[in-house]
Design a protein around this ligand. Structure first.
Ligand SMILES: Nc1ncnc2c1ncn2[C@@H]1O[C@H](COP(=O)(O)OP(=O)(O)OP(=O)(O)O)[C@@H](O)[C@H]1O
Ligand SMILES: [Mg+2]
Length: 464
């Protein structure tokens, strides 16, 4: 199968590889998807075998027309290679929570204020640098053999082309990157006694057709510069805004990273379990999404006081707390399966609202959201999220925003588009728009005010 005009985007996600082939006018020509497992060898740990990513990537590419390939993927994951390019141990993922002690060590070694100044961020358990410190302490034999460090989608590139490289967007999530100046931070590397030679050369996303999945998703829904915010209902949940210029949140409550467009940055809040919460509840209830949506739609907004805390895997924004846990509260005899489902969708929407409010505090003017991710397939969830955020939500051609954005980057690198803005202008079209329902507003303002009290009330229960 060859189509000379096709651009391919490959997204190495948490649940699987998702790939799209698009025409040079942005039409989706073909898609492919191949899943893999997540391994949790200990509570709070999350690992994957890089070989699984590679197998899934090959299988997806084999089912699509040929064309220039762009890569996107789950951020922060640590892949360690020896001098011969062999993988030394399973990759430690973005949602792995084992590094609380190492995060404290990093903030002590560098100083919190200086760390935020140098990297734009504080040390969070999901980031890459604390994983390296964890290996140094707990698996010194593996650590001693490390010669190269890669992020997940860059490992797939390495297998595809033999090249070791990274883009500024994904590098921003390592905590080893000088986000303001878009280069590795010698200061942080020195302070943590980590060898800079392990890291691949850093380039702009448009130069190497690669970006972390959130920057790629934003580009894929048409956000190359400040304007709409990107709202992602993936395993994780994200509210993302492109910034006029680099500006770190002095308290680093949201992440500030390089965008996939040269000389632009973005801020984002990240929930660890968005569609991940929904997937867990659906599995526990044992019925299909469609049935659950239908039953949930019979409930009034606010679900008669039922609240869901979506912290099944700890949380990042706004509560940087690996020990946070989920809960249903406010249950009554009247609540049924549809109520549990509606409460879940609402709880995640409130969590996204927390991130939106933090972005607004940073000066972001959000007037419309562009939505992507697996959860965007639920019309009910989109209506709830629009009402809770108080923003119209626009849908573009593909929910697979990250893979689509990677395909646009492939086009820029191949010279099909002169830059990211032109790629967006020629390809990304809004196909639908979900308005916030004014009749739901009051219930959701009240619900959000109650939700904000949930985490502080639950927190003391986790000190076991
Ligand atoms: N109709 C639906 N309602 C709710 N959730 C859904 C629906 N359809 C799919 N999902 C969920 O969407 C998720 C997959 O979304 P997506 O592919 O965007 O995530 P991912 O790429 O694996 O994760 P991440 O981008 O966070 O790494 C799964 O958890 C799936 O259960
Ligand atoms: Mg994804």
């Amino acid at each position: 199968m060859t189509d000379p005009d096709c651009l391919i985007g490959l997204d190495v996600g948490t649940s699987g590889v998702k790939a799209v082939a698009i025409s040079q006018a942005g039409r989706v020509v073909a898609t492919a998807e191949e899943g893999y497992e997540l391994s949790t060898p200990q509570p709070g740990w999350a690992e994957q075998d890089p070989e699984d990513w590679w197998r899934a990537a090959q299988s997806c590419l084999g089912r699509l027309p040929e064309g220039p390939v762009g890569l996107s993927g789950q951020m922060h994951g640590l892949v360690v290679l020896d001098g011969g390019g062999s993988v030394l141990r399973p990759a430690i993922l973005w949602n792995d929570q084992r590094t609380a002690a190492e995060c404290a060590e990093i903030e002590a070694r560098v100083g919190l204020e200086r760390l935020i100044e140098l990297t734009g961020n504080r040390a969070l358990t999901g980031f890459t640098a604390p994983k390296l410190l964890w290996l140094r302490r707990h698996e010194p034999e593996t650590y001693a053999r490390i010669r190269h460090v890669l992020l997940p989608k860059d490992y797939v590139r390495f297998r595809l082309t033999g090249e070791r490289m990274i883009d500024a967007a994904d590098a921003s999530g390592t905590l080893l990157f000088d986000v303001a100046n878009r280069r590795w931070s010698a200061d942080v590397l020195d302070a943590l006694e980590l060898p800079g030679e392990w890291l691949p050369p850093a380039h702009e996303s448009t130069e190497i057709a690669g970006a972390g999945d959130q920057a790629a998703a934003a580009l894929g829904v048409g956000i190359a510069s400040p304007g709409p915010v990107s709202v992602v209902l993936g395993t994780s949940g994200v509210v993302f805004a492109a910034l006029e210029s680099y500006a770190a949140d002095p308290e680093a409550r949201v992440h500030v990273f390089c965008h996939a467009v040269p000389e632009t940055w973005h801020a984002m809040g990240v929930m660890l379990s968005a569609a991940g919460s929904a997937a867990w509840v659906r599995r526990a209830l044992g019925v299909d999404f469609g049935v659950l949506d239908e039953e949930a739609a019979r409930w009034e907004p606010g679900t008669e006081g039922l609240l869901f805390a979506p912290y099944l895997a700890g949380e990042r924004t706004p509560h940087a707390d690996p020990d946070a846990r989920g809960a249903f509260t406010g249950l009554s005899l009247r609540h049924d399966r549809g109520a549990l489902w509606r409460g879940t969708l609402e709880g995640v929407a409130y969590g996204l609202r927390d991130s939106l409010e933090l972005l607004r505090a940073l000066g972001v003017r959000a007037e419309v959201g562009r939505v992507s991710g697996g959860g965007a397939r639920s019309a009910l969830w989109l209506r709830i999220v629009a009402a809770v955020l108080g923003l119209p939500l626009e849908l573009t051609e593909s929910e697979e925003g990250s893979a689509y954005g990677a395909a646009l980057l492939a086009g820029v690198r191949a010279g099909v588009f002169s830059d990211a803005a032109e790629a967006v202008a020629r390809c990304v079209r809004v196909r639908d728009r979900v308005e916030p329902d004014p009749g739901w507003r009051e219930a959701y303002e009240l619900g959000y005010a109650r939700y904000r009290k949930l985490y502080p009330s639950l927190r003391p229960l986790e000190d076991r």
